[in-house]
Design a protein around this ligand. Structure first.
Ligand SMILES: [Zn+2]
Ligand SMILES: [Zn+2]
Length: 403
């Protein structure tokens, strides 16, 4: 564990930093983004000296004080060799890590900023940790959806949670969401596989049983095998403990192929969550994802009804990765003592999240539906024939079965 006394010396709220600290050299010389290791990422406005923040709508740095905008000299991000995963440790020196004492979420902020409120639970008891951020991200998908637009997407999403309790829906404060970069690893790899599988195809035989003709299903098994080569591009595995992979998948796509080279400018006014999984752990998960896709791709070559066994051995070549920050707005709803997070993709405005179901609302809906069905039945009895009513009953029964 590193002595963190020097870290504490660096923690100055950005307002104080503005008044007391000289602007870092690279800012003064206008070399923004060219040598990210040698400067802090809080950019001062060249016109008035106030802090500049990254503006999602324009994709530029913006001074909220005087409206000055500044282009970020970012390039397209590059793929890194897999070996870097084994050697890269620490290295995100211009940032520090905070932990929420309430929910345990860990945030990475620029060294000149301090965490004020946890984006995941809204708590304000946040402490700086002595932990160092893991490897420095080399890529970022910048926010392009403004908070106000993300908030209106959430309002629509909340309106659609028809079965959620009213109190839960009211506790959503979309305008209070925070822009949080979620760390993820994206992997590219060429794969060479050899597979063998036993597949089954159904067929039917007609037999007579106790004087009746019946159809019986049989299965004919056959073995298949072969080589299969496939290239995988940007298999995305999230590395944060604060969002689950399923939620992240629902937010996709993040257009990681268009990601920019990471510079601290993108973090101005935003936070990132600390990764809870290492690159190697994420690569293990990526291999599972790849195995699943290989299986589907291989099986799609055959006509079959069931898979009796499937074996595959895969070799990976030319593996590259990006350690990438993904733009996600995070908000939360409260219901009883539980926190439910909702997430908005900061690139395309897609919303996902979990919501509790109000048992009362469900019961009322079922009762109303049942009432309507019974009412319709009697209408058929009154105005139609008994046969109509019976047919209706059959259809209604089937519909309820499906529901
Ligand atoms: Zn300004
Ligand atoms: Zn929290």
């Amino acid at each position: 564990m590193r002595d963190n006394s020097d870290l504490f010396d660096d923690i100055v709220p950005s307002d104080a930093a503005k008044a007391e600290q000289p602007a870092p050299q690279s800012e003064a010389s206008g070399q923004w983004g060219e040598n990210p290791e040698n400067r802090t990422s809080v950019m001062k406005c060249p016109s008035c000296g106030a802090d500049m923040i990254y503006d999602a709508e324009s994709g530029k740095l913006l001074c909220e004080h005087c409206g000055t905008q500044k282009e970020i000299a970012g390039k397209t991000s590059e793929e890194l060799d897999f070996e870097r995963l084994l050697t890269d440790k620490g290295g995100w020196k211009e940032s520090h890590v905070f932990r929420c004492e309430n929910c345990g979420a860990q945030e990475v902020l620029d060294k000149n900023e301090i965490a004020k409120q946890c984006p995941f639970c809204g708590a304000t008891n946040i402490v700086e940790t002595s932990e160092l951020p893991d490897i420095r991200p080399n890529a970022v998908v910048p926010f392009r959806v403004a908070l106000k637009d993300a908030a209106s997407a959430v309002k629509t999403w909340v309106r659609k949670r028809l079965f959620a309790p009213q109190k839960f829906r009211k506790s959503a404060k979309p305008e209070k969401m925070q822009g949080v970069y979620m760390p993820a690893f994206s992997f590219d790899s060429q794969t060479y596989s050899y597979y063998t599988a036993v597949l089954g195809k159904h067929y039917y035989v007609t037999r007579r049983v106790n004087g009746r003709t019946v159809q019986e299903r049989r299965t004919r098994y056959f073995t298949v095998s072969g080589n299969f080569d496939m290239f995988f591009d940007d298999v995305l595995i999230q590395a944060s403990g604060s969002i689950d992979q399923k939620s992240l998948n629902k937010l996709q796509p993040f257009q990681t192929n268009d990601s920019r080279e990471y510079t601290g400018a993108y973090l101005s006014g935003y936070t990132a969550t600390q990764n809870s999984k290492s690159g190697l752990e994420c690569w293990e998960e990526a291999k599972d994802v790849i195995a699943g896709r290989l299986r589907s791709a291989i099986l799609s070559r055959y006509v079959y009804d069931e898979v009796s066994s499937f074996r595959i051995s895969t070799q990976y070549a030319g593996i590259t990765f990006k350690y990438i920050l993904l733009p996600v707005y995070v908000g939360h709803c409260k219901w009883h003592t539980k926190i439910y997070n909702f997430f908005v993709n900061g690139l395309n405005g897609k919303v996902t999240g979990k919501a509790p179901v109000s048992p009362l609302k469900v019961i009322i809906t079922i009762l109303i539906a049942a009432g309507v069905l019974v009412g319709l039945y009697f209408l058929f009895r009154l105005y139609g024939s008994d046969a109509d009513a019976a047919e209706y009953l059959a259809i209604a029964g089937k519909t309820c079965g499906i529901l």
